[in-house]
Design a protein around this ligand. Structure first.
Ligand code: F6P
Length: 319
């Protein structure tokens, strides 16, 4: 009987459990054994794994986080880490591995294939939506909805007090999440790393808004565009108005996945596992324009394709 591993890596993203469930059920459907790797790459290096029966993934579809847990493991880039993983793979006797995570996890998966010849497939899961080869990564939609819900609440307070709120959202080096949050909440400003901004201009527009009768200003800042604390300080120095800041932080990563993320995770993980068991590997599965698409795990051109995709979507959004 074939033994197929399932691993979640990088930051947790809502919908990872739905992806685990779909992968495990697909593995058993093909009469192979599903092996859950605990604690991501670190667990793999320590051969920390457990057999996952089909029933072991019951009741997790709607749960946030990852039942397999995850761990950032930069040591895998070192020789020691690589040797440890090699030894663990021998012990675990895996015939293939489904890797659910972001670009760092896909680099790890690619290394497993190149160094040890282990067949791997990738399922994109990160709230940053920064993986080229898919329109959406698992967790993005949930993070967006959580942030929108939070900003709606903050807006009530902003309007009641006539305040300016600077609200920082995650997204690592990218601004799509912030731009979508701003658009969905009707925020006055969206500051994203892809588009240079001038705080004097931002303040001028905010003042103009107040002059026209607005009674609040919401500024959504992508974490990659600057720290909310700095921006709040600078606005405070320029405007004679009450300014507050909120860093949404990890609240955006947890919680029950949206229906969209559950469905996305189920479709992509099922398809990726089918490919792996059918003999296709070394790829990640994405969905582009509602059609499955496979792409290399690691892009070799040196061009940051995520920049291209996000810039394109941003240009559509922000004009
Ligand atoms: O990649 C997901 C993400 O949440 C980013 O948006 C953020 O920059 C980073 O992870 C935070 O990482 P950590 O949870 O390790 O602090």
């Amino acid at each position: 009987m074939k033994r197929i591993g399932v691993l979640t890596g990088g930051g947790d993203a809502a919908g990872m459990n739905a992806a685990i469930r779909a992968a495990v059920r697909t593995i058993w459907h093909h009469k192979a054994e599903a092996v859950g790797i605990n604690r991501g790459w670190q667990g793999l290096a320590e051969a920390d794994a457990r057999s996952l029966g089909s029933g072991s993934v019951s009741g997790i579809l709607h749960q946030g986080g990852t039942i397999l847990r995850t761990f950032r493991y930069p040591e895998f880039a070192t020789d020691e880490g690589t040797v440890a993983v090699g030894k663990a793979l021998k012990k675990l006797r895996l015939d293939g591995l489904v890797v659910i995570g972001g670009d760092g996890s896909f680099r790890g998966a690619d290394k497993l294939l190149r160094t040890f010849g282990l067949p791997v497939v990738g399922v994109p899961a990160t709230i940053d939506n920064d993986i080229p080869g898919t329109d959406r990564s698992i967790g993005y939609d949930t993070a967006l909805n959580i942030a929108v819900d939070a900003v709606d609440k903050i807006k009530d307070t902003a309007s009641s007090h006539g305040r300016i709120f600077v609200i920082e959202v995650m997204g690592r080096d990218y601004g799509l999440l912030a731009a979508h949050v701003a658009m969905a909440t009707g925020a006055e400003e969206a500051l994203v790393p892809e588009i240079p901004y001038d705080l004097n201009e931002v303040c001028r527009r905010i003042e103009a808004g107040y002059a026209e009768g607005k009674y609040h200003a919401l500024i959504i800042v992508a974490e990659g565009a600057g720290k909310a604390s700095y921006i709040t300080f600078e606005i405070n120095n320029r405007l004679n108005r009450p300014v507050r800041m909120v860093v949404l932080g990890h609240i955006q990563r947890g919680g029950a996945p949206s229906a969209f993320d559950r469905i996305l995770a189920t479709r992509m993980a099922h398809h990726a596992t089918e490919l792996l068991l059918g003999g296709t590997h070394g790829v990640m599965v994405g969905i582009v324009a509602n059609k499955f698409k496979t792409s290399p795990l690691v892009k070799k051109t040196g061009v940051k394709l995520a920049d291209v995709r996000q810039s394109w979507e941003l240009s559509q959004l922000l004009g």
